[in-house]
Write a protein that binds this ligand. Structure first.
Ligand code: FES
Length: 141
């Protein structure tokens, strides 16, 4: 089942529960560890924020991928790639009439990152916990 939602979903409070090996920081209190969503180093240079629509939900969970800080990646926004969470060029298929384009991104440090597979994140291409919203969990079986 393929469902497209708009970007104005609220980012859930569960964002703090995400774990990123490259950005995890400890405050000294084991129960108060604060996690942050990594930053796309190409966010200002590419199209990450120019496309208002979100793609089709591919999965209701993020996918952990090992990324190299020296490489540029393309994250699938349309949700139709067969190489999720990365783009395989499926958006170019003229019969599918897909207007969305992949999000080019780079990471600050080499390491493991949780990439969004629900395609509804507000921090493209990284998972920010948006997939935990009931609308998304209900949309994917
Ligand atoms: S998979 Fe987590 S926000 Fe999309």
């Amino acid at each position: 089942m393929s469902v497209i939602l708009r970007r104005n979903l609220q980012v859930p409070q569960l964002l703090k529960q995400l774990s990123y090996s490259s950005s995890a920081k400890s405050s000294g209190d084991a129960t108060a560890t604060v996690k942050t969503v990594p930053k796309n180093l190409l966010e200002d240079k590419q199209t990450a924020n120019l496309q208002k629509e979100n793609g089709a939900i591919f999965d209701k969970r993020p996918f952990k991928l090992h990324l190299d800080k020296d490489k540029t990646y393309s994250w699938c926004l349309c949700g139709k790639s067969k190489s999720q969470p990365l783009c395989d060029g499926m958006h170019k298929n003229e019969f599918l009439k897909i207007k969305l384009r992949p999000i080019r991104f780079k990471v600050e440090k080499t390491g493991d990152y949780w990439l969004c597979n629900c395609k509804q994140t507000t921090h493209r291409p990284f998972c920010d916990g948006t997939h935990k919203q009931p609308e998304i969990q209900a949309a994917v079986k």
